[in-house]
Write a protein that binds this ligand. Structure first.
Ligand SMILES: [Zn+2]
Ligand SMILES: [Zn+2]
Length: 108
């Protein structure tokens, strides 16, 4: 068993600033450790009962989450997002190619 104590983060600031990643509708931003999570369930998992009715933050890395562009999510979630981004990019390039081929018409 891993006997290491839970790694708790100490909040260094109380308010959001420009370094905070603005969360989208499905994201969750923590006002204590100022991390942005891909889902509310991931956010919930990084919060623990710190006693005295206060919640505390744990390091998301201890939950198996990874950070990408300021967003904490599971590796599966990141892979899924990357796949969607690829499909979006492919759809855009197809559209561009279609416009280009139309523009080339009428040669001769
Ligand atoms: Zn913040
Ligand atoms: Zn937090």
């Amino acid at each position: 068993m891993n006997a290491q104590p839970t790694l708790l983060d100490v909040p260094t600031r109380r308010r959001c600033d420009h370094t905070c990643r603005p969360p989208s509708a499905s994201h969750a931003h923590c006002g204590a450790c100022h991390r942005t999570f891909a889902s509310v369930s991931d956010f919930d998992r990084h919060r623990v009962d710190g006693g005295h009715g206060e919640g505390r933050c744990t390091h998301p890395g201890g939950l198996g989450l990874t950070e990408h562009n300021g967003l904490w999510a599971s590796p599966e979630r990141h892979a899924n997002d990357a796949r969607l981004a690829e499909q979006l990019a492919a759809a855009r390039s197809m559209h561009t190619a279609t416009v280009a081929s139309v523009g080339e018409g009428g040669r001769g």
